[in-house]
Design a protein around this ligand. Structure first.
Ligand code: PLP
Length: 422
């Protein structure tokens, strides 16, 4: 498709967009009395209007049923989390039994490492990407130290080549092969938070498994953003937060995937609690743990129902839309945004450099050469919500559920005015 950087053309794209009506399904913050152009769905997704109903329902059941709500609410609380498994399975490419929802992302990565990082004298190394999201770095370092090892010996970071902004799959695989039988675990961000790169998870998973290691993925920026096939890719585990592209609200619960080959095992190392034991016998309060035959065996506590109610509301939307339609729009809207940026770049005398490679999802990370933070402030004051990363990078994520092509055009005009007005 040949794009044009005009309002008329943007409106034409909106008119042809089968997801356009979903815009009305969300609440928008206001700046200067108008809905903002929201580019930070990769940080905190907007609130779906239907979320309120799901939360109110739990409040009502609690008010009217109190403890009886566990079993007699319309959506009983004791197995409320199970309602998420099927929809999430479709979003990440997994069987419902391979999914659970619990805790928050960093907590879950720690719990999963209990099961999947079992260093021995020989096999103790972890491969991750350089400059991983800080929480992941702290998590990996503290796990390694917990096992009495030195992060300098045990953590192997894959670097980008000098002057390049993205990782090369061949470099990651080479590092995996070099580490060989010292490799215990590959744990990486499937979609990088900084440059928006989508890693070749299928190839990397295979390489890690061929070396006899476990392979897990942090999908904070992947879930609800790109097509995932965790089961077929044969990953051992994955975890993600739900408040970014999944629109489930600030700090909300995390999802996990555990491949079916690890399910139903009594002897896998795992931290356990009463919500992981079989439902049939849970309330007999017996001392022996009998793991549920699903990923719920990793659940420790009874889940926060008020908190996962918004997650269920959000999944309903993903279920209606389907990942294929979502990704189809995403590809077009991101390409249009890229085009708008290139056009504006020609019209002003600064230069933008898009550092996100072709293997991308929703996010474009843009290096604003010669521009300072004042541009970011100008955008925010004029109703464009984006974020700023040192040094001079803005991240733009036009989430296809609630961003329009017109938003992309208008953003371009605001950006141009900001640069010219300096
Ligand atoms: C957002 C994000 C997190 C956040 O972790 P929480 O435990 O939910 O605070 C972790 N890892 C990555 C890669 C992220 O992008």
């Amino acid at each position: 498709m040949t794009f044009q950087n005009t309002l008329e053309f943007a409106k034409k794209l909106d008119a042809a967009d089968s997801l356009a009506t979903y815009r009305n399904e969300f609440h928008y913050p206001q700046v200067n009395g108008k809905d903002v152009i929201y580019f930070t769905g990769n940080s905190l997704g907007l609130q779906p209007k239907r979320t309120q109903k799901f939360v109110d329902e739990v409040m009502k059941d609690w008010r009217e049923l109190a403890v009886e709500g566990h079993f007699y609410a319309d959506k009983p609380w004791w197995d409320y989390h199970e309602r998420l498994a099927e929809g999430l399975g479709k979003v990440v490419g997994a069987m419902p039994k391979e999914i659970s929802v619990m805790n928050t992302l960093t907590v879950n990565l720690h719990l999963l490492m209990v099961s999947f990082y079992r260093p021995t004298d020989k096999r103790f190394k972890i491969i991750c990407e350089e400059k991983a999201f800080p929480s992941d770095q702290y998590m990996l370092q503290s796990q390694v130290r917990y096992h009495g090892l030195d992060p300098k010996d045990a953590i192997v970071e894959v670097k980008k080549r000098d002057g390049e902004h993205a990782w090369r799959t061949e470099d990651i695989i080479k590092k995996i092969n070099e580490t060989g039988d010292e490799l215990a675990l590959v744990l990486m961000g499937g979609v990088n938070y900084y440059n928006g790169q989508v890693l070749d998870m299928k190839a990397i998973t295979k390489a890690g498994k061929d070396e006899g290691a476990f392979v897990g993925w942090d999908l904070a920026h992947g879930v609800g953003n790109i097509k995932l096939n965790l089961h077929d890719w044969d990953a051992d585990f994955a975890a993600w937060c739900s408040y970014k592209y999944m629109n489930s609200g600030p700090g909300n619960a995390s999802g996990i995937f555990i491949h079916e080959r690890h399910l139903g095992m009594e002897d896998i190392p795992r931290f356990e609690g009463w919500w992981g034991t079989k439902k049939e016998t849970r309330f007999l309060m017996e001392p022996e743990f009998a793991p549920i035959e699903t990923a719920d065996a990793w659940q420790l506590s009874n889940p926060p129902i008020l908190s996962i109610a918004p997650y269920l509301a959000s999944l309903e939307i993903f279920d209606e839309v389907g990942m294929d339609a979502l990704i189809e729009k995403q590809k077009t809207i991101v390409a249009f945004l890229e085009f708008v940026l290139q056009e504006i770049d020609k019209e002003v005398d600064s230069t933008f450099e898009i550092i996100t490679p072709e293997a991308r999802g929703c996010q474009l990370s843009v290096f604003l050469h010669g521009e300072g933070k004042s541009i970011f402030d100008y955008l925010m004051k004029n109703g464009v919500i984006t974020d700023w990363r040192e040094p001079n990078v803005i991240r733009l994520a036009p989430a296809p559920l609630y961003c329009s092509y017109e938003d992309m055009f208008r953003f371009g005009q605001i950006l141009k005015a900001g640069i010219q007005g300096k």
